[in-house]
Design a protein around this ligand. Structure first.
Ligand SMILES: [Zn+2]
Length: 295
């Protein structure tokens, strides 16, 4: 278990990348090159994405705990997924620093719900990442996704939803079939109503629906926001203003590793106009409360 009294911060949004990505010929590399261009991250373009072990070593060296997950989008993208069990096992080997989340395409319905329960009970998974654009669903579409969300709620785990624009498919023909509309955070307002006791994280500043995301997090006690995927230097002004005031107990440090490194994020955060009393809340305290580690 992570000794939360010892870590400096908690990064609530990091990605688990398969070690063999660079040798794949199913179009996945082209897709990663598009992602790398969007984030201006040379590692992705060169097929040099860090493994889970690399990630653990990187975060351990910085004394930062990290929530880590793969993304199951094989149905919508055609790319095979990185097995949740494998990622969770690697997390268990590095449980001083990694906090295991998993990902199940909600279209998997009952099979998906069974997978959720098994991952929580047998692998200690603490939450699930959903990507409405990569998985092709509206989060409030009961037929498409509530069987899996119900399992998450019943198991008492956190759900984390990608919101806003995405690097996935960016600049590619037809956006590689990816549709941005699914990632409007307002759809998650319905989820927060239907699962009032389930902890929900809206990932990223939700651009171009930043204000919608802020409104949902302000209105629903169970909704948080992770500040990943953007350098704090470029946060919309209203996003920083809410983080400094009415949402100061709802905002979470997140990088989106490896697209954005925590080194870059934290440097830009230090230079951004956040209040001194709010910084420790964002970097660690809010995540502790969300994880149930403190009241
Ligand atoms: Zn991400």
């Amino acid at each position: 278990m992570v000794d939360f009294s010892k870590v400096e911060a908690i990064d609530f949004h990091t990605h688990a990348e398969e070690p063999c990505d660079s040798c794949r010929d199913d179009g996945y590399n082209e897709f990663q090159t598009g992602m790398a261009a969007y984030f201006r991250n040379p590692a992705g373009a060169e097929g040099m994405l860090p493994t889970v072990q690399d990630t653990a070593a990187y975060y351990r060296a910085r004394n930062i705990a990290a929530v880590i997950f793969p993304v199951d989008a094989e149905r919508e993208t055609g790319f095979r997924r990185y097995s949740n069990e494998e990622v969770a096992s690697l997390c268990a080997e590095n449980d001083d620093i990694l906090i295991p989340f998993a990902s199940v395409d909600p279209h998997k319905g009952r099979a998906g719900a069974r997978e959720v329960r098994r991952l929580v009970r047998e692998f200690g998974v603490r939450g699930f990442k959903f990507h409405p654009t990569m998985q092709g669903f509206f989060p409030n579409d009961r037929a498409a996704c509530y069987t899996v969300l119900e399992a998450c709620a019943e198991e008492g785990v956190i759900t984390l939803f990608h919101t806003g624009q995405t690097g996935v498919g960016s600049g590619m023909r037809g956006g590689m079939g990816m549709r941005l509309k699914y990632s409007n955070p307002m759809h998650i307002d319905d989820v927060a109503v239907d699962f009032p006791d389930m902890k929900i994280v809206l990932a990223h500043p939700s651009f171009p629906w930043t204000e919608e995301g802020l409104a949902v997090a302000q209105h629903k006690p169970n909704v948080y926001i992770d500040m990943s995927g953007w350098s704090p230097r470029y946060f919309p002004e209203i996003f920083t203003r809410y983080a400094n005031s009415i949402l100061k107990r709802k905002m979470l440090f997140g990088s989106d590793w490896p697209a954005i490194t925590p080194d870059r994020w934290l440097k830009d955060f230090a230079e951004a106009p956040f209040k001194d009393e709010v910084r420790p809340l964002i970097l660690k305290q809010n995540a502790l409360r969300l994880l149930g580690e403190v009241e």
